[in-house]
Design a protein around this ligand. Structure first.
Ligand code: PRX
Length: 647
């Protein structure tokens, strides 16, 4: 991939786009931005005005116990109410909320009023089963409308949802259920992923048998022919049976501003994923406002985000941010290349999608499949494109701009994280001149800096965020110290530390340079190298392991694993297979390394620290860096030989 530091092209929004945009000029952006920084409380109070509150806030920001910030203290509201009831009350009940496109050709259109009804009935089922406000409920569902419905049903009654992406393994489900002490898992008999049937209920069963906290498994029928779905008596119930006879309306619980809304587990630098906590009012306002401005949402837009609801992108920019804005959206269950590689463009054409939000890894795959899949497809409905999840290389950006956007659609390259709740760095599509590969400028209320380890301002270094913002995480579930230490200790509590490197150019634009810690971004999926390492060492034949991230043409980054085997044990294909199988079992297939390289030792300093830098050099075929500090310099050459032989 070419280097972003060579990139000088700049693309202003077209006059016609700016003329109708919510933020139509840099002057308009700057005016609002400056207000948001100078008077954050006034800015965020204004932002909250358009939403529904059972009770208004007494204080917009309480920083007394920083970094445990509180937003909209004293307020009472409900996310589901703001996503649904508010629109129905405003006469938008008949508007399509979701155009669902299912995998084997199933389609469903759901209006806001119908969605409200479904959410109410689902909420009443949860109540009937004894779920109460504050209870944790894990969701393991395919991309079907019931996933959105179940999320909103939890929010409606104040249950805390913990969505587990349906590509995760049984062990991952177990760990998340135990960590959050979830009382219920909501799943489906099966689902489709990339054209294949996944037996979701069986995966859940294999994970939760040892979870004493769990009382019910609620199963939605996806209706896949021939799929077996064993039910455990006394624990498992069919949603379809429970819903018959429940009331059509369920009042929305009045939630405190800082009541927990959801947990979403994400990877960090240690082996154990962290339960990121998001609370009610601040997240709600931030999701609403970022979606509105960054996607320039207009009443007749048809929006489509291709992420899964199992990741933060789906939480904020399929469910909460988009539905709060009352627009219509496409929800797609399937894969980009099933039944063929033109599938996405067919959907854009069929539903007249106007805003399309996807990941750079998908764009690189489209490029590889070739332009012919776009030919003959009418993409003229598109007016705005977005990317998320990983750095986008300028070549992919240009392809997206020209081939998908026809040269006329602004691209919003949005930088943010599970922890940030919503966009922090992003162009304003009607104002910002974009540069290929650049996340550009801060959203309102966000004050970024690029610092060195000592906290000095530098041109290229580590990204830092100065002020708190409403959508920020409120902590790591069950581990407040880890929250403080991971995110707020690097620069003495003055800045939030996201873990990304960045560069600020002469125009004040921010370029994200990738992670500065041991987190790797594989196809936009965040994976901690320590997670894989701790899986490998569980194998009886493995002594030690080190996993590093390496550039990958399509995935952005891939994982390369170096494993040392206990003396006398075989380093063969069988072991390779077993280790790959352990990753599938412990994390999920998406976390498989590109390769496992066996050796008798790893390169270590004399004090015993593994030198990952050298492993990266080997994996990327680079000349080896300084090896003089190694305890045994011969070992890198041995690994290098192994690597080249197996390639
Ligand atoms: O490294 C950054 C990368 O994804 C990380 C956050 O991952 P996750 O919490 O899974 O959330 C992904 C979806 C918001 C960040 O620390 N990242 C995300 N967006 C971008 C990005 N890197 C570069 N450019 C982006 N636009």
């Amino acid at each position: 991939m070419e280097s972003v530091s060579q990139e000088h092209r700049s693309f202003p929004p077209s006059e016609s786009f700016s003329a109708n945009a919510r933020i139509g000029s840099m002057a308009a952006y700057r005016e609002l931005y400056e207000k948001s920084i100078a008077e954050p409380e006034a800015f965020w109070a204004d932002a909250a005005e358009g939403l529904h509150w059972f009770r208004r806030w007494e204080r917009v920001l309480n920083a007394d116990a920083a970094p445990f910030y509180k937003w909209y203290e004293g307020a009472r509201t409900n996310l589901a109410y703001n996503c649904l009831d508010r629109h129905v009350e405003n006469g938008l009940g008949g508007k399509t909320a979701i155009h669902w496109v299912g995998e084997p050709g199933d389609v469903r259109k759901i209006t806001y009023e119908e969605l409200l009804g479904e959410v109410c009935r689902f909420a009443n089922v949860l109540k009937k089963l004894g779920v109460q406000k504050g209870d944790r409920v894990a969701l393991y569902l395919p991309m079907i409308p019931e996933l959105v419905v179940a999320v909103l049903a939890c929010a409606r009654i104040g249950a805390v949802h913990s969505v587990i992406f349906a590509g995760f393994s049984s062990d991952s489900i177990r760990d998340r259920v135990l960590d959050s002490e979830a009382r219920m898992v909501i799943t489906a008999d099966g689902g489709y992923r990339r054209g294949k049937v996944l037996e979701l209920k069986k995966i859940v069963d294999a994970g939760v048998s040892t979870c004493d906290c769990l009382s019910e498994v609620l199963v939605v029928k996806r209706g896949i022919e021939g799929l077996e779905c064993p039910m455990t008596a006394g624990r498992d119930v069919w949603y379809e049976e429970m819903v018959s006879g429940v009331e059509d309306f369920c009042p929305a619980e009045e939630m405190d501003a800082e009541d927990l809304l959801f947990l979403l587990y994400t990877s960090g630098t240690t082996g154990k994923p962290k339960g990121i906590m998001h609370t009610t009012a601040g997240y709600m306002v931030f999701a609403y406002l970022t979606a509105k401005y960054v996607f320039d949402l207009q009443p007749d837009d048809v929006y489509w985000c291709t992420a899964d609801v199992g990741w933060i992108t789906g939480h904020t920019y399929i469910v909460y941010g988009i539905l709060q804005n009352g627009v219509s959206q496409v929800l797609y269950e399937g894969a980009p290349n099933h039944p063929d590689e033109g599938r996405f463009w067919e959907i854009v054409e069929a539903y007249k999608v106007s805003i399309f939000y996807t990941a750079p890894t998908a764009i690189r795959a489209f490029m590889k499949w070739g332009d012919s899949w776009l030919e003959g497809k009418d993409l003229s409905s598109l007016r705005l494109l977005g990317t998320v999840g990983e750095p986008i290389n300028p070549e992919a950006w240009m392809w997206y701009h020209e081939k998908v956007g026809g040269g006329r659609c602004p691209i919003v390259d949005t930088w943010w994280q599970t922890e940030t709740g919503g966009h922090l760095l992003t162009p304003m599509p009607g104002a910002t001149s974009t540069k290929p590969g650049c996340a550009t400028l801060p959203f309102f209320g966000i004050e970024p800096a690029v610092l060195d380890d000592a906290g000095n301002d530098v041109a290229a270094g580590i990204l830092a965020i100065k002020k708190p913002w409403p959508g920020m995480m409120r902590g790591i579930y069950g581990d407040p110290d880890r929250y403080r230490q991971t995110y707020w200790c690097k620069w003495g509590g003055q800045y939030y530390f996201p873990g990304d490197g960045a560069r600020c150019d002469a125009d004040g634009y921010y370029w994200i340079l990738g992670r500065v810690d041991d987190v790797v971004n594989v196809s936009g999926h965040r994976i901690g190298t320590a997670e894989l390492e701790s899986v490998f060492v569980e194998h009886a034949d493995v002594a030690e392991s080190a996993v590093v991230g390496v550039p990958h043409e399509i995935k952005g980054q891939g994982l390369m694993a170096f494993v040392t085997v206990i003396q006398g044990r075989a380093q063969d294909e069988k072991l390779n297979r077993e280790l790959m199988g352990m990753i599938d079992q412990s994390i999920g297939k998406f976390a498989r390394p590109e390769r496992i390289i066996f050796s008798s030792d790893l390169p270590k300093t004399r004090s015993g620290k593994i030198m990952r830098r050298l492993l990266r050099d080997i994996a990327e075929g680079r000349e080896l860096g300084n090896t003089t500090t190694l305890a045994d310099p011969g070992i890198v050459e041995q690994i290098q030989r192994q690597f080249q032989e197996g390639a």
